[in-house]
Write a protein that binds this ligand. Structure first.
Ligand code: FMN
Ligand code: FE2
Ligand code: FE2
Length: 401
């Protein structure tokens, strides 16, 4: 059996989804699963664009076999050498010994690191802008370094106007029959995972993503076929504009995010008071998370989403509470920048979490601290309400202008 699907007259979807994996890259929770997309082009010569993850290799290999229906595989284009897409290359070479593998010099170097088969005897090395004709189709290779790894390239099928975009425009979430974004409630059900995928996987490389977007802007793109998640043939401009927002580190929405850590609930209680004060000041888009409960990948994604963020943490063994410290480290690692922020600290004997949070935020670019740090000594007191009001006022100004 196979689960192949027709994309165009010549292009066949041969990818597969995994709903069993708990953590993508062994770190990002994927409750909705993930798909490993792969494509066969049936031209005068046959082409496979990327392979798949080990976990779906059986379905993937059956799909490739079925798509080729007895024909040999002439070309394997490797846009990305990360194992979630390259894991089945050696098996493909065993099954189709005549296959020529298209990649750049870095691709081949990585392939030799991951594999022991004779890469050189299969290698067809391309440079940025090179093209390959397979009969009716001409494929152009556009290098996209660091749009996730240094060897990444995207492949443009100039004949059909199809961009094989590698990890770019990918999304967490398994596919359930409907392959196209326009067949799904993408904005309602997928956008959060698309944002979380982008921010956590490539969020650090905004500059490189913008470079790739500007290279792609000159291409007459009809379809975008990424390596993960739904495929695009409608509203492509809308999704590209999301990428432009994320890659340029501008907030996607005016809104307030309150992220707190709390061991015994006092900091949490104080944040409920602050959130209420913010609502009284007219803020409508308020979101709260306990950093011990919400996964850090969601928190990082939400921080990229909103304009204004409150970070609140107790002092814990003279440090920031670990879950909050982890969030701040992750934000720094993802080049988080250009937001309004406020800090709330708590402690019972020697309070230092505020200063430490402020140092970490200060090491990021353009994080504007818009209110004095609110210091809670074990629990918030009535006489501190003016300070809470002052912070709420500053937050409302940031969100509502
Ligand atoms: C393991 C542990 C270590 C702590 N270390 C410090 C500390 O170094 N300095 C301090 O002022 N308070 C420290 N505290 C106290 C908490 O920061 C303080 O009780 C705070 O009010 C807790 O807020 P919460 O109710 O939101 O958890 C520590 C508490 C715990 C449980
Ligand atoms: Fe990747
Ligand atoms: Fe990937």
């Amino acid at each position: 059996m196979n689960s192949i699907r027709k994309i165009t007259e010549y292009i066949v979807y041969v990818g597969a989804s995994d709903r069993r994996l708990a953590l993508f890259e062994n770190v990002y929770p994927i409750e909705r699963g993930v798909s490993y997309n792969s494509y066969v082009v049936l031209d005068e010569q046959t082409v496979l664009l990327d392979t798949a993850d080990h976990s779906v290799s059986r379905e993937f290999l059956a799909n490739v076999e079925s798509a080729l229906s007895g024909r040999p595989l002439d070309w394997l284009i490797v846009n990305h050498m990360e194992p979630d897409h390259c894991a089945v290359i050696a098996e493909i070479v065993l099954r189709y010994p005549g296959v020529r593998i298209v990649g750049n010099a870095k691709t081949m170097q990585m392939m030799k690191q991951f594999y022991t088969f004779d890469v050189d005897s299969h290698a067809h090395i391309v440079k940025d802008g090179d093209t390959l004709s397979t009969g009716r189709h001409a494929f152009a290779f556009v290098f996209a370094p660091m749009v996730h790894w240094p060897e990444v390239m995207v492949t443009f099928d100039t004949t059909e106007g199809v961009l094989f975009s590698a990890d770019a425009f990918g999304t967490f979430g398994a596919l359930s029959g409907n392959l196209w974004a326009d067949e799904l409630d993408f904005e309602g059900e997928w956008l959060d995972d698309a944002r979380r995928y982008y921010i956590n996987i490539v969020g650090k490389y905004g500059v490189q993503v913008m470079n790739t977007l500007s290279k792609a802007a000159s291409l007459p793109i009809r379809m975008v076929l990424p390596l993960h998640g739904p495929l695009w043939r409608e509203n492509i401009g809308w999704f590209i504009s999301k990428y432009q927002t994320w890659a340029s580190y501008v907030p996607e929405e005016k809104g307030l995010l309150i992220v707190y850590s709390s061991i015994y609930g006092n900091t949490a209680d104080a944040m409920a008071v602050l959130a209420g004060a913010c609502a009284e000041k007219g803020i409508r888009n308020i979101h709260m998370h306990d950093a011990s409960k919400t996964d850090v990948s969601v928190l990082v994604s939400e921080c990229f989403r909103y304009s204004t963020i409150v970070f609140a943490s107790p002092t814990y063994n003279a440090e920031i509470f670990p879950k909050m410290e982890m969030l701040l480290l992750e934000l720094k690692a993802h080049a988080f920048q250009n937001r309004d922020a406020a800090i709330v600290e708590n402690g019972t004997w020697a309070i230092s979490s505020g200063r430490k949070m402020s140092e970490m935020l200060g090491s990021m670019k353009d994080i504007r601290i818009i209110a004095p740090t609110l210091t809670i000594k074990s629990s918030l007191k009535e006489d501190q309400m003016p300070l809470v009001e002052e912070m709420a006022e500053a937050l409302a100004k940031s969100v509502n202008g």
